[in-house]
Design a protein. Sequence first.
Length: 130
Amino acid sequence: MQRISAVTLVVPDYDAGIAFYVDVLGFDLIADTDLGGGKRWVLVAPGGDAGTRLLLAKADGPEQRLAIGNQTGGRVSFFLTTDDFARDHEAFAQKGARFLETPRREPFGTVAVFADPFGNKWDLIEPSGS
């Protein structure tokens, strides 16, 4: 059996990444391990999620710094599924998440794009029939 356990998200600073994903989006801090030399192993995931986690990786060098917020060439990078769109949309907005559009209904569900403070685009989605 195989599964994708983590996806790397390049951030300018570990603590800034933790502040947004944990304090604003309410993700759990799964691990924050000092690896020495200024590097850390930082994993975050939506609360109660046993699925894919985000590995917050501090940019190392100019090339990686240029990739912050643009790891997918301007496309939506991540998709956060919820069982209550209105609840999470309101909570995220109140805590400072920047929505780039008003919520809309699509055949697959209710969705709105938001950006993290680093420029990465996310879809917040409540699937149809949830």
